[in-house]
Design a protein around this ligand. Structure first.
Ligand code: ADP
Length: 250
C-alpha cells in the first residue's frame, strides 16, 4: 500500500490526478491502520476477562469441596457477562450502517427522547427543554441505542443534574445532553469516541462499561447523516448530536 504515484511538476490535469490518487492511498492506509489497531484492541479487551474466567475455573476444579467455591463461580460468571457485553457491542458496531434504506422509518425524535427519559429513574434530576415534532428518518432501534449510551454516561458522571435540550438549528435537529460531572478535558474530546478508550478517572474504571458506548453512538449518528461531538460547556460534559430533519409530509 505504501507505493505512491510520482507527483509530476505543474498544475495540469495529470498532476491533479496524481494528487487525488495519492490522497486516496493516504486515506486508505490510515483506515487500514485504524482497523488493525481496532482488531488488536478488541483482542486485548477480550483476553482480559477470558484469562480471569480461565483462572477462576481452574481454581474451582482444584477445590471441589471448598466452600469458597461460590465466590469463584461468581467471579467467573461476572467475567462471562462482561465477555458477552463486549461481543454484543462488537457485533452491533459491525452492523451499523449495513441495513440500508429499507430499515428506515419516520421518527418523532422529541417523542423518542421523552419516552427514553420517562423510562429512567436516575439518582439525579433530569431537566428537559424539547421543541415539539422534530422528525428524522432512521432506524429506531439504533437511535434509541444512541440516546441510551449518552444518557447512561450522563447518569454515571452527573453530580446532581442532567440537562437535555432539543431544537431546530440550520435545518438540522440539535440535541444536547449536559451533565454537571468532572467533564472531559479539551485534548480528550475526540479520543473518547475511539473504541475501547476510557479516560483515567475512578468512575471510568469502576463503570464496568465496554469502552465502546461512544464509538457506537458516533457510528450511529454518522450512519444517519449526522454527527456527534463533545462541546464546550460552562460545567461538566456536553454532548451535541446533529441529525438531518426529515422533510415535512403535507
Ligand atoms: P464506557 O463503556 O467506558 O462508558 P464510552 O465509550 O461510553 O465507554 O465512554 C468512553 C469514556 O469517555 C469513558 O470511559 C469516560 O472516561 C469518558 N466519558 C464518557 N461520557 C462522559 C461524561 N458524561 N463525563 C465525563 N467523562 C465521560
Amino acid at each position: 500500500l505504501s507505493r505512491r504515484v510520482p507527483q509530476p511538476a505543474g498544475e495540469d490535469e495529470i498532476a491533479e490526478l496524481a494528487r487525488t490518487a495519492n490522497d486516496t492511498l493516504d486515506r486508505l492506509e490510515y483506515s487500514v491502520s485504524r482497523q488493525r489497531q481496532f482488531a488488536s484492541d478488541a483482542s486485548h479487551e477480550l483476553r482480559t476477562p477470558i484469562a480471569g474466567l480461565r483462572a477462576n475455573l481452574e481454581d474451582a476444579s482444584m477445590h471441589p469441596d471448598d466452600t469458597d467455591l461460590q465466590a469463584v463461580v461468581h467471579a467467573a460468571l461476572r467475567d462471562t457477562v462482561r465477555l458477552e457485553s463486549i461481543i454484543t457491542d462488537l457485533l452491533l458496531l459491525a452492523r451499523i450502517g449495513t441495513g440500508g434504506a429499507a430499515a428506515q422509518e419516520r421518527i418523532d425524535f422529541t417523542d423518542l427522547v421523552r419516552t427514553e427519559v420517562g423510562r429512567r429513574t436516575p439518582p439525579v434530576a433530569i431537566r428537559t427543554l424539547l421543541q415539539d415534532r422534530l422528525t428524522v428518518r432512521g432506524v429506531r432501534m439504533q437511535l434509541v441505542r444512541l440516546l441510551h449510551n449518552l444518557l447512561d454516561n450522563a447518569e454515571r458522571y452527573a453530580e446532581s443534574v442532567i440537562e437535555i435540550a432539543a431544537g431546530r438549528v440550520d435545518g438540522h435537529l440539535l440535541l444536547t445532553i449536559t451533565d454537571d460531572g468532572v467533564g472531559i478535558p479539551e485534548p480528550d474530546r475526540e479520543r473518547v469516541f475511539e473504541r475501547f478508550t476510557r479516560l483515567d478517572t475512578a468512575r471510568s474504571r469502576a463503570s464496568g462499561g465496554t469502552g465502546l458506548g461512544l464509538a457506537i453512538a458516533r457510528d450511529i449518528a454518522n450512519a444517519h447523516g449526522g454527527s456527534l461531538h463533545v462541546e464546550d460547556s460552562p460545567y461538566g460534559a456536553r454532548f451535541a448530536l446533529r441529525l438531518p430533519l426529515a422533510p415535512d409530509i403535507l
